[in-house]
Design a protein around this ligand. Sequence first.
Ligand code: TYM
Length: 376
Amino acid sequence: MVPAGPARVADPPLGPRRVTPSGARSRRRVALRQAMLDSTGHRGPYSSTLMARVFSGIQPTGDMQLGNYLGAVRSWVEDQHVADCLFCIVDLHALTEEQGPAVLRARTLRKATELLACGLDPDVCTLFVQSHVASHTQLAWLMECTASFGELRRMTQFKDKSDGREGVRVGLFTYPCLMAADILLYDTDRVPVGDDQRQHLELARDLAVRWNSRYGDTFTVPEAVFPKTGARVMDLQDPTSKMSKSRGTPQGRIDVFEDPAAITRKVMRAVTDAGADVRYDPAAKPGVSNLLELLAVATGSTPTAVAGDYHQYGALKTDTAAAIVELLAPLRERVAELDGDPGFVHEVIAKGAATAATVAEAVLSRAQRAVGLLER
Ligand code: TYM
């Protein structure tokens, strides 16, 4: 029987939200955070009742597409005001496929710019780049030694992306272990993601539970959270496949910062289904159902409710295009402003990495102690 690690106390939230003007607020949050960390990095006794910890990530593999925004980032923007939030640009995950050094560097900074334009506020959440916090790769190894080959082989994203190729990178296979490490490093309570991440999240939970039962209570077991509408935005040209920033055709994908005329054109040319009736039925009518979901999410309604307003595909497409353009207009304006200030974006991610590292290093050393690695 392996002796259990020390009993775990909850870690601190990253701080209160929106109580003072931004600069002072941010300094107070950092001070509060530091005061709440004891020498082992555990949360103070009063803290975890204040706020849940939220963590999520996005790859810097292409321009942000509508599925990323509706499936994940929109929830992040809401969560940052009610939870202790860390959001990560997962550049190490992007290395599972060739990006090109200059492209990866540029896209990583661009992803931070896009996330700020979507409404992430660095005064109330922590935004950082995965490779800036070394603990991610360190814990990933411990996760690789916790997961089994069989578990990883069953991952549908690996099967889809590797497509039986011998030359596929090993990192693509072990990717879910790095993802579990990302999440577990922050004692995450909730992980807001799109539906395609469901299986990876289940694995992260299984690994946390397995570890805790082997080595004593070390990790918080995270819960995946999916949006009610928009959890799986489909490709406009192939509505049986999900919209993706790195796969499919540009005609099937709406980029969040794309110009309104292009968005309208793509929606108007979206593939619809046989039969002229407008009803929400993803299995029988995937094209129309996708448009109904988009319209519902952009107007704060439900797909079934909006379906009642339409009898023709043409009118549905016109209104869906207009609603998406309106939803994205303020984001486009903000990205143009932020593009002119890369210094600010660099500053945000530098500060974010420092904050994230404090939390992650404490949890990493807790895990290292629990598994029996000799302290230096
Ligand atoms: P990524 O970069 O593919 O996508 C980022 C987020 O966008 C969601 N998403 C979608 N949601 C609805 N419809 C779509 N068509 C659509 N396409 C993408 C994804 O579900 C995701 O929430 N493995 C992750 C990144 C990651 C991560 C993490 C996430 C690494 N570590 C830890 C959460 C926690 C990925 O590749 O996401």
